[in-house]
Design a protein around this ligand. Sequence first.
Ligand code: ZN
Length: 1055
Amino acid sequence: MEHVTFKHKRTTLERADKFISSHHFTDINLRSRLYPEKQPLVSIQHYATPDRIPYSQAISQTFKDTQVGHSFGPTWSTHWFKVELEIPKSWHGQEVHLLWNSDSEALVWIDGDAIQGLSGENERISFPLREVGDGKSSHSSNGRQIVYIEMACNGLCGCGLNGLINPPELKKCFQLKQAEVAVFDRQVYKLLLDVEILHDMAKEMTEDTERGYQALYTVNRMINECTVGDSSSYQRAQKIADEFFAQRNGDSQHTIYAMGHSHIDTAWLWPYAETIRKCARSWSCTLRLLEKYPSMTFTCSQAQQYEWVKQHYPSIYKDIQKFVKSGQFIPVGGTWVEMDGNIPSGEAFVRQFLLGQRYFQQEFGLKCKEFWLPDTFGYSAQLPQIMRSCGINRFLTQKMSWNIYNKFPHHTFWWSGIDGSRVLSHFPPGDTYHMMVKVKELLYTLKNFRDKGRSSRSVYLYGYGDGGNGPTEEMVNKLERMENVDGLPKVKMSSPDEFFSNIEQKEEKNLCTWSGELYLEMHNGTYTTHAEVKKQNRKGELLLRDVEFLATIATVLSGTSGSGYKYPSGDLDRLWKLLLLNQFHDVLPGSSIGIVYTDAHEYYRDIQKTGNQLLDKSLAAIAQKGDNSVVVNTLGWNRREVISLTKGDKSPSRKKIKTGESSQQVDHKGDDLVYCEVPSFGISEIPQVDIPAPVTVNQTESGIQLSNGLLSAVLDNNGRIISLCNTSSPQVNLINADYPGNQLLIYDDIPLYWDAWDVMDYHLETRKLVDNVTQKAVILDKGPLRVTIQVCLRISEVSHIKQEITLDAGSPYITFKTQVSWHENRKFLKVEFPTSIHSNKVSFDIQYGFIERPNHYNTSWDSARFEVCGHKWADISDYNQGLAVLNDCKYGYSAIDGILRLSLLRSPKAPDADADMGDHEFTYAVMPHQGCLQESGVIQQACNINSPLIIKSGNNLTTCSSYFTVNTTQVILDTVKLSEDSGNKMVLRLYETYGGSTTAEISTIFKNITVQRCNCLEEVIPDERFLNVTSVGDQQTQITIEFKPFELISLLITF
Ligand SMILES: [Zn+2]
């Protein structure tokens, strides 16, 4: 007689758990029957190579016998296996898998095509074999089948020491644990999934609903019914499950839009070259699933990765094209890579979209509709405007769930940028982009959703990620099973477009708005880590900008000059792609392993070398060859500056410079200093002008006085600023009298979790002065054009600083050219400028504008921003005056109580033990000013520091030529380039930089031009606002255009 028992929840749950366990009772439980019959392979042969070689090269090598149990290495090497297998006749009609576990990543090749990835982790160890004779398998003459397997000696997340995010363990070996053929019992497989879902529902559902208990009783009944090995008992158990899963949800239930996804970091704990193979392994797995499950979708970002697969794996790419067409394989993001969200320049952001969207258009005939940056460390307030100008008004990330101090209040909302541009934004409330399809995640997605009532849908990204791998068949089958089950959110296999469109149609009016940057309260050490990468990124962005300006001018002029110059579109495209690739969200932030930076710096060297060659060529086409020197100003305002002519320069123009005049000086290196003026976007011979006032220096026992008629400063003998005044207000010391400026500081920098990524709030409590001066201030140059003072300091026994402090005639700022020999362990070097200015806010340079952040820690949101990202300058001003810190390659700042600090160097040890070790050179500057930020000239001066006047040999032009001028400093002409599509069109990109409306007049010497407004994709857009083009005499054309605050405007000019 059957006895009804109480069914204790814990014992019943564990009973179900053991029934499907891979670890317990595996000789007797249901899991043990998944592969009821197995057989060894006929033979396994092997060929090892340190290189990542193509298939065709691999198969022509000599393979040698090997067997299960052998180990293969070292890390990053590749092992090719030639496997011969035979399927027994008795298995005919059954599903047969090749089981292969090499404890590493691997790729199955058949007949020269990459078919499917394998991975020892996450148990992706089975490859479904097609029936012999289906025409898609290689056979040896005896009917046996040949399969090649390319084994990579790394795991999904590289090979970090102790399996952690550490520098790689370089001598790691991977054991071939399993290699056999087996019968796969799909009936058992289905039961396993149902038991798991029911077990999880019973475990995860709260006590205030009956549903969890109904699941518990159902799963218990199923196990009672099952006789392991008896197929008819499986059918009876399946029927019990089917009845449960047929019980549906009500209409009001939240809907989860499930999309397959595989986040593949373009480089991180592995090099770029391995990512190419990761894409092949991951995407081939996914393509096999898309073939089998027509309702399944897969979202995939990063044009660069598509391009790699196109080049290296044409058969995979062909399948991708097929499934993009069917709507299952969905390109998303619209960018070249998933880049960092803070550090790239405005133009670099634009190029990410321009090259990305053009790629997707060209390859698949579509443009992405949503920006996709699920894993990036914070998002600039300028992104919404740039996105919209690139045809995108939707945004997805989940990274804000990593906030450590404050929980972000929304999952679906409008994100508004600094100009007021809004984009519809969604953060999948499951808080990750690699869901495993567990009941727990579905319930958490619903529970965690912060916009309940306003919206009743959310995105769910499933599939293994970071190192790739992607969705599994189990995940797809479980989602299908949970499509509409009472007690769980509804599940819909879907696309981003369907999700966002549904919100736009039904819910967008309900949504709240978040204005300004999406500041991530984590990973804020990444503004500083790997300083040389940041420096080369800045230099590369600016070099390509200069090249494009000069190449455009040379192209326009070639029509009349007959120089035969041709715009270097191909080279520029290649160099931009290298620069954009290195902006990937683990490369530019400095959070990759060391070998990634070997590649990154090779690309940067290429950018500098080729970029400078292109610059010389374009300049030669404009200025023509000659022995003289010309000076080039690539910025949009006239500049009067001291320039340095290298000792030994024998050009005639150099000889023309007479020494002994007030506007000349030979500096301590023997270089000639000359004060000159160059017009806006202009090229001219060295045009000397008189200095407004000489710079003077006076050293006494107590310190050094500097003055140049614009500012005066007093330095102590340690090189610190005691006093800093605008000459027009000599009574106001802008430096806090109690604390000197240019105070170098060293902090302990030991984070809680992520070494290269995080600097924690408590580091601020470990502030120590770098005050061990090994060489007190020495005056190297005494004016009248330049004063230079040198000091040397010791940071520790192993690290030292040498600084040249310079004030030039006519310059509103003092520069600190700094050399550091840096060999620290988890220390953070900063420099501090405590001001006497009272203001509640500090302004920071960002892409095409600036943002204000608090100068206090009032709320937890304010104090969480103890370390922030800014570009070329940060400024604190009151109504009458202010002080700015400028720099030529730094991105980390902190500001509190009127103190501005610039972050200089970090020294994390993981995942790159050598990060930032060695010699560094960088320049920062301090600029006191009259008036508020907008009146101060800070923005222009910061550009001057970053884009020094270019001095090159070439013949004099007949007149000083200014190719473009803008009549107001409120509008900056940032980019001048040739159009991507047409050789007789150029693109100008301008932005309003002060945060106010204005009308600007842009003058150019080019005549007979037509001007159209275009977006950042260089597509003509309607002229809804004022745009007027007039000829001024026969010399110039004037373009008049209206700007809104922080508006970014692109113009397409036909010449
Ligand atoms: Zn990532």
